[in-house]
Design a binder for this molecule. Structure first.
Ligand code: C5P
Length: 231
């Protein structure tokens, strides 16, 4: 690759954003940043500090302190093709995908304090270029000047099926997955601070009736074209 570009990927929960971001990272040798994991790790940290949906609103001061004191690092392990989240020195990836985190994460993500903290970190990472970053506000707020912006859509039941098959919680039912995705999409779209929406210049890829290979090919072709014109 010649001149370095950034790629922003946004979309609904479980639409296939992170699988696509991972394969772009591998194919084009770009660094992958999973911002959902960042919000999930903060959520996990708050839960560990006894902050949950019942006391979230009134715990603002404590939340600020927890965020300021915490040390979060994100690595992408190219060998294993996974992102690793290190929270105050310890890996926490096995916890952040659990259902109790999924149920609370979109509430935590509404907080302006949490978002300001995360967005500043994400902007700093993106300033190094050659980043593929996925989330909800990447093309609109975090990297509005990204050379390529994808917005991934897929039918709710197709997304729920995908999430259900990947779920690490054996007690989880399909209906609970559907309800969680609906809840999170709704919270993410309706919030005041950097809501989920399509950037005007984003390329929409709909993942409902195509398999992952086809989605990947569509995205790769767009990236190759962009790289040719960008050199
Ligand atoms: O991508 P993932 O489903 O792991 O994201 C978990 C949650 O984190 C989302 O439901 C959303 O509430 C929040 N999020 C966000 N902004 C981002 C990435 C994730 O609000 N850029």
């Amino acid at each position: 690759m010649g001149k370095k570009i950034n790629i922003a990927i946004d979309g609904y929960s479980s639409s296939g954003k992170s699988s696509l971001a991972r394969s772009i990272s591998k194919e084009f040798k770009m660094k992958y940043i999973d911002t959902g994991a960042m919000y999930r790790s903060i959520t996990y940290l708050l839960l560990k500090n006894s902050i949950d949906s019942s006391n979230f609103e009134e715990s603002e001061k404590k939340i600020e302190q927890i965020i300021n004191d915490c040390n979060i690092e994100y690595n992408y392990n190219n060998k294993k093709n996974i992102s690793e989240t290190i929270l105050n020195g310890a890996r926490c990836d096995e916890h952040i995908r659990k259902n109790y985190v999924s149920e609370f994460v979109s509430i935590v993500s509404k907080s302006k304090k949490v978002r300001d903290f995360m967005i500043a970190k994400q902007k700093e990472i993106a300033s190094n270029k050659n980043i593929v970053m996925d989330g909800r506000d990447i093309g609109t707020v975090v990297i509005p000047d990204a050379e390529i912006k994808f917005f991934i859509e897929a039918d709710l039941h197709v997304r729920a099926k995908r999430r259900f098959e990947q779920a690490q919680d054996e007690s989880l039912t399909f209906n609970e997955v559907v309800e969680n995705l609906k809840f999170r999409d709704n919270q993410d779209m309706m919030r005041e601070n950097s809501p989920l929406k399509k950037a005007k210049d984003s390329i929409v890829l709909n993942n409902t009736n195509i398999n992952f290979e086809e989605l990947k090919n569509q995205a790769f072709n767009i990236i190759r074209k962009k790289n040719e014109n960008h050199n």
